[in-house]
Design a protein around this ligand. Structure first.
Ligand SMILES: C[S@@+](CC[C@H](N)C(=O)[O-])C[C@H]1O[C@@H](n2cnc3c(N)ncnc32)[C@H](O)[C@@H]1O
Ligand code: SF4
Ligand code: SF4
Length: 314
């Protein structure tokens, strides 16, 4: 029998074996217990085939060995653990977080959270108040997540942040979610990321262009001003989402160069076009990370003149 290589990862397309990547996004499973309508992972163009059973995916030992070697080869410090639903492989996560200095687990929040201590950040996904969230993420999901978070013991040490994907469907209802989360003892902060459409996407979540997204960006700016500590997006990263700067930022996307996207394909990882898969529409991309990274660049910090040409409503 032929022996499998110890690094079970094929870096293809933009991604190369001799490049440094400070961060990685790791899909530990293609299984998920939800079927969210907006999910970029399960789009047809992506590697995302769910296994018949968990045993059919790359096993813990092979995955941990691969990740340790990729860490050493590329200098990976920071990992965002994703899926599918990553908590369906909690045993793997418990060992995986030991390999890296900085760990974030993005979860749909319906599976019991494991206390991994104060140095692991949970990002739980909610996309609006109950009715809107459930229209996107599934019936009863909002309550399940809130109950799940509410039941965490007082001693639970891993901090929890909520992430909301802003879409054309929920943009008028964001404040209701913020108000509900402010009541929770469990949620330390929240961030807003904006919908990443696939090319040609004319569905209910996508804006036709970035000008039409401006009103939603303006609403998040307003909420940021009202709750500056609770909402973690920086003002500058939100300003960069407005045209014409948004187009410059996504054309020079830093996330694509700095974050190694590891999608699961059978017994190995593979790299799609970027973290958002193979058919994401860069021109309308609203990924938080893209604008957050750009806001650290001196050229965007200083260049406010361009912004004056577009003022957010409100
Ligand atoms: C793909 S999920 C995987 C982790 C976990 N299952 C969850 O839902 O949090 C990671 C994050 O991407 C967000 N997301 C899904 N589809 C998106 C899209 N089209 N644009 C932007 N973010 C999206 C989810 O809401 C979630 O916060
Ligand atoms: S829970 Fe996460 S991975 Fe699963 S369908 Fe929803 S967004 Fe996608
Ligand atoms: S879709 Fe977004 S994250 Fe992906 S390369 Fe384009 S701008 Fe970057």
């Amino acid at each position: 029998m032929q022996e499998l290589p110890t690094i079970r990862a094929e870096l293809v397309g933009h991604y190369r074996e001799d490049v440094r990547y400070p961060a990685a996004m790791v899909n530990v499973t293609n299984r998920c217990n939800l079927e969210c309508e907006h999910c970029f992972i399960f789009r047809p163009a992506n590697p995302n085939e769910a296994p018949l059973s968990l045993g059919d995916e790359m096993d813990d030992e092979a995955m941990l060995e691969t990740l340790a070697r990729l860490r050493d080869r590329h200098g990976i410090v920071q990992v965002v653990w994703m899926g599918g639903e990553p908590l369906l492989r909690a045993g793997l996560l418990a060992r995986g977080i030991e390999l890296f200095d900085d760990n974030t687990i993005t979860t749909n929040g319906t599976v019991p959270l494991v206390d991994f201590g104060p140095r692991v950040l949970y990002v739980a996904s909610l996309d609006g108040p109950q009715d809107i969230n459930d229209a996107i993420r599934g019936e009863g999901v909002y309550r399940r997540v809130m109950d799940n978070l509410g039941q965490l013991p007082e001693s639970f040490a891993s901090p929890v942040q909520v992430q909301c994907v802003v879409t054309r469907r929920n943009q008028q209802r964001l404040e209701e979610l913020v108000e509900a989360l402010l009541q929770s003892d469990r949620v330390g902060w929240m961030t807003f990321t904006f919908y990443v459409p696939k090319r040609g996407d004319a569905g209910p979540d996508a804006w036709p262009d970035n000008s039409q997204r401006g009103e939603a960006v303006g609403e998040v700016m307003r909420l940021k001003e009202k709750h500056p500590e609770f909402i973690r997006n920086t003002r500058r990263s939100l300003e960069l989402m407005l045209p014409p700067l948004a187009g410059h930022v996504t054309a020079g996307c830093l996330a694509r160069d700095q974050v190694l996207p590891l999608y699961l394909e059978g017994d190995h990882f593979t790299t799609p076009f970027c973290c958002y898969g193979n058919d994401a529409d860069c021109l309308r991309c609203g990924a938080w990370i893209v604008f957050q990274l750009a806001s650290g660049l001196p050229r965007y910090a200083e260049d406010s003149a361009l912004l004056e040409r577009f003022s957010p409503p409100g």
